[in-house]
Design a protein around this ligand. Structure first.
Ligand code: GLA
Length: 688
């Protein structure tokens, strides 16, 4: 059964006249703000929502001033009515704790709850996220409103779950936060001597003789300080969320889920994985601000969400055609909104919800895409979403209880992202793009990829690829060495293991603790303006942005490619090396090749590690996404190419959307097929 269905089956129906029909395995949803409209308007909106197949609305995440117009004076009747009205239209409700936008009375009476920006300016009322994430007073008031909502809706059968706050972001740089950071550092380092040593603070006379001297800053400081400020940030958001979860959970039925919405690659200031650990499942907001879609990048983002908890996730916000905050708010093309929803489902989403149902008459997001216009009538994309609603209903049972499983993992840590991003050395070196350059051919060839942390249990994977594991902790190094020694195939990408846990340079040759196992090391790294030639197993290739000069230290290391004539230093030097270790291998890739080169490299890695495509060959531009359960495999195929494509299925399969058994499907541009087959027949036997 899907993430939510099982939980809901037994929720008592108290205080509400009517409960929606059984929760669906696949959820179509919207964000709806009834507090912005007269109650008389709701019926028309809910009728149109029901008609489009919407099965849940998210509400109240910005409704603090309507729920508590003055301190301690609660007004929930309107929300009672909105929930009951939704239920009458067979629509469930996710309630948001409203702490992303505190009311005016609160910040006026308690100015210490306001965020202070890095330039010292104090955020004002009139926007959102103006609160201070470490303020004890704000935590107290946030817990109070969460508790009040929990008391009222904690056993409401229409309320399926809670979203904690909204897109946790914007840390504060006030004196209280600085003190909290200093205390956090004392907890981590114990003594100033230890901190001074591990941050090499003798550099530029940074040496600290008191904890109170340590500053907070986000970009220019000592790398040890900057990395730890991000870690403190992550711990602080986790505690901030926990404060509300604990307040809620005192009153809510444990079968109501708790989640929060993160922004994936779009917002990397704190470790979303840390906050995800507190949630029943993670939700994420998936946007294409300029209407431009990088499917591999988005797929890797989805897979990262799934990787946080090793379970399916929700896309709780995505755009109905366009947004209002991109440079040019270009729309997604006709058919693309639906195709992207199926892409997300294929990667493990059990819900796709649109932001937003309709724009408020006034407010900062009037031009954002919606499903109905200012006149309350459906806009063009409404029909496309309604088609999705019908398809979710049809395909839901087939996808119920299934999730993507993979033979391949791509490793990612926020530490390494921050360490590279804070010291790029080449402005063009984007750590996410580095990851996607490996992920893209892996996804195309293996058709299913997990994105996980290097300290996870990796034993089920035939192939593990670590694109830019720049900060290598001892625990991760140990886990990776064990993985190779147990027969795994490990691939290290550029800038691997240059730094230790304090963001200090590894004293050993790169890749640090893994160099001995590799039998080779990086003797120098070069930022590039012009690409350099790379010659070897993959023919003539080029490395852009960055090149690492490798040296082999033992005879049994294979050199897969060498640099051609370039800056003299690299000429003829090893660029990619690989070593067999028992049944396993460890490979180091010192180059950033073109898509074609990365594909050839990946073909070799996939063959070498015995990874097999989950479905089988498909035309270029068709994405295949397997979802499995113990008794079945379902493939979600999405054609994101520019034209019609015919896909040959490796065996007879049931066409879930069109009906009947098929051996091929022809997909128009943005076409989708959901193909089901009984377990045990699919080619790939990836463990569940
Ligand atoms: C975010 C927020 C929403 C809304 C949308 C607009 O993701 O969570 O409240 O502002 O963006 O795209």
């Amino acid at each position: 059964m899907g993430l939510v269905v099982a939980a809901l089956a037994v929720l008592p129906a108290c205080g509400v006249a009517q409960t929606p029909a059984g929760p669906p395995p696949l959820w179509l949803g919207v964000s709806w703000y009834p507090e912005q409209w007269p109650e008389a308007q709701w019926e028309q909106d809910l009728t149109l929502m029901q008609k489009s197949g919407v099965r849940f609305v998210r509400m109240a995440e910005f409704a603090w001033s309507t729920m508590e117009p003055a301190e301690g004076q609660y007004r929930f009747e309107w929300l009672d009515h909105a929930i009951a009205a939704a239920a009458r239209h067979n629509i469930y409700v996710v309630l948001g704790t409203p702490t992303a936008a505190p009311p005016a009375w609160l910040t006026e009476k308690y100015p210490q709850t306001l965020r202070v920006d890095e330039d010292g300016s104090v955020a004002q009322h009139g926007n959102r996220q103006q609160f201070n994430f470490t303020s004890p007073k704000y935590r107290e008031l946030s817990a109070k409103i969460s508790a009040e909502m929990g008391k009222r809706y904690g056993h409401n059968a229409t309320v399926i779950g809670w979203q904690i706050d909204n897109e946790l972001t914007r840390e504060s740089y006030d004196a209280g936060t600085r003190k909290s950071f200093q205390d956090w550092l004392q907890g981590r380092y114990g003594t100033l001597d230890n901190l001074n040593a591990r941050w090499t603070t003798s550099y530029w006379s940074q040496t600290y003789s008191s904890w109170s001297q340590i500053p907070i800053e986000s970009s220019k400081g000592n790398p040890g300080l900057l990395l730890n400020w991000r870690r403190f940030d992550s711990d602080t958001w986790r505690d901030y969320a926990k404060n509300e979860i604990d307040a809620l959970r005192k009153y809510t039925d444990p079968k109501q889920f708790v989640t929060t919405n993160v922004l994936g690659w779009g917002q990397m200031s704190y470790d979303h994985g840390e906050v995800a650990q507190l949630m029943d499942f993670i939700s994420y907001d998936d946007y294409f601000p300029q209407g431009e879609v990088d499917l591999a990048k988005n797929g890797s983002d989805d897979d990262m969400q799934r990787g946080f908890k090793g379970k399916n996730f929700w896309v709780i916000e995505t755009q109905p055609a366009f947004v209002n905050w991109g440079g040019i708010n270009q729309t997604l093309e006709k058919g693309e909104v639906r195709a992207l929803a199926w892409h997300n489902i294929g990667h493990g989403a059990d819900a796709v919800a649109y932001w937003q149902w309709r724009s408020a008459r006034n407010g900062q997001e009037e031009y954002h895409g919606t499903l109905v216009g200012a006149n309350g009538k459906p806009v063009p994309v409404y029909d496309e979403v309604a088609q999705l609603g019908r398809e979710f209903e049809k395909a839901g049972p087939a996808l119920a209880g299934t999730q993507p499983t993979s033979e391949v993992a791509v490793l990612h840590t926020y530490d390494s992202f921050w360490a590279i991003n804070l010291q790029r050395h080449s402005k063009d070196f984007d750590p996410i793009e580095e990851l996607v350059s490996y992920y893209k051919p892996l996804k195309a060839l293996a058709q299913s990829v997990d994105v996980v942390a290097p300290t996870n249990d990796l034993s089920k994977y035939k192939l593990v690829v670590a694109p830019g594991l720049n900060v290598l902790s001892d625990a991760a190094a140990k886990n990776l060495m064990a993985y190779v020694r147990n027969g795994g195939h490990l691939v290290l990408g550029q800038r691997s293991a240059m730094k230790d846990d304090d963001n200090a340079l590894q004293p050993q040759d790169q890749p640090g603790p893994l160099a001995e196992l590799l039998g080779a090391h990086v003797t120098q790294f070069y930022a590039l303006i012009k690409p350099v030639g790379v010659d070897g197993e993959f023919g003539q290739e080029k490395s852009k942005i960055w090149a690492e000069q490798l040296v082999t230290d033992v005879p049994d290391v294979d050199v897969w490619a060498r640099y051609s004539k370039s800056n003299g230093w690299l000429d003829g030097q090893p660029a990619i090396v690989s070593r067999k270790v028992g049944k396993g291998t460890i490979t180091y890739v010192g180059v950033w090749m073109s898509d074609a080169g990365m594909k050839k490299l990946t073909e070799k890695l996939v063959a070498m590690s015995g990874v097999s495509a989950a479905f089988g060959p498909v035309p270029e531009g068709v994405e295949v996404n397997p979802r499995r359960s113990a008794d079945k495999t379902v493939f979600v195929l999405v054609n994101m190419s520019d034209g019609e494509k015919t896909v040959d299925a490796p065996r007879l399969m049931q066409d879930v959307l069109q009906g009947g058994d098929v051996k091929h499907v022809t997909l128009p541009k943005y076409g989708v097929a959901v193909l089901e087959e009984a377990a045990g027949t699919s080619r790939s036997r990836a463990s569940h």
